[in-house]
Ligand binder design. Structure first.
Ligand code: DC
Length: 225
């Protein structure tokens, strides 16, 4: 099967729209591979931090994106896939708000995005791929036959994130989270390269007030009507 004949379902949307959970569940149900593209940006931000680089130094961060070794390691006990950054298991560090903010900052550098393109395209292997991100349907897999754009109100996304972080024992306030989410949305939507916006041919799903099972069913229906 040539790469371009492998079906891709792109799931784009802002942070906290439920993309991560929904993408994982949908990939499991379809028996397809999963690309968590946000983890790549988080990994580069993390590696840059570990090297003490200035996140606004485009040249240094681009070099870092080109050389950082990122590996996803599936686990058999049903828990999260581990993400190895230059050989170090950074899964837990990558999920923090600090890593998210660093990822958002470096993601606005065009040459950093370019450095991650081939790595993302390489995930397109049979029997199919679920690609989770911001620009999956618009930039990375514009020819994908199935495209979804998930969203939810900022208040609801902040509440979901708050619950997740509390469960992990991290201390945050709801108001701070909502402010951070709104700031990140603005940055992701207003950057000049690959801004967060739905592909013209994406199915738009507002998940505010919806349960995970209902969203999964709606997304699956896009692939198997
Ligand atoms: O989905 P996430 O929260 O893990 O993504 C972290 C940041 O990475 C997000 O603020 C924007 C950036 N990102 C991106 O620019 N393009 C992608 N395809 C995925 C993530």
């Amino acid at each position: 099967m040539s790469a371009s004949s492998v079906p891709v379902l792109t799931i784009d949307g802002p942070s906290g729209s439920g993309k991560g959970t929904i993408s994982r569940r949908v990939a499991e149900q379809l028996g397809w591979r999963l690309l968590d593209s946000g983890a790549l940006y988080r990994a580069v931000g993390y590696a840059a931090g570990a090297e003490g680089l200035d996140l606004s130094d485009a040249e240094a961060i681009t070099r870092c994106a080109q050389t950082t070794k990122i590996r996803f390691q599936a686990v058999t006990d049903g828990s999260d896939t581990r993400v190895l950054v230059n050989g170090h298991d950074a899964t837990d560090e990558l999920r923090t708000e600090t890593a998210g903010a660093a990822a958002s900052a470096i993601a606005s550098i065009p040459s950093v995005r370019q450095a991650l393109v081939d790595m993302q395209l390489a995930f397109r292997k049979g029997p199919g791929l679920v690609a989770d991100g911001r620009d999956m349907g618009t930039v990375i897999f514009p020819d994908a036959p199935y495209k979804v754009f998930l969203t939810a109100s900022a208040a609801e996304r902040a509440k979901r994130r708050y619950k997740q972080l509390k469960e992990k024992g991290l201390s945050v306030t709801l108001a701070t989270l909502q402010r951070e989410i709104e700031a990140r949305d603005t940055r992701d939507a207003s950057r000049t390269v690959a801004p967060l916006k739905p592909a013209a041919d994406a199915v738009f799903i507002d998940t505010t007030g919806m349960g995970i099972d209902d969203v999964v069913a709606k997304v699956l229906a896009v692939v198997r009507p």
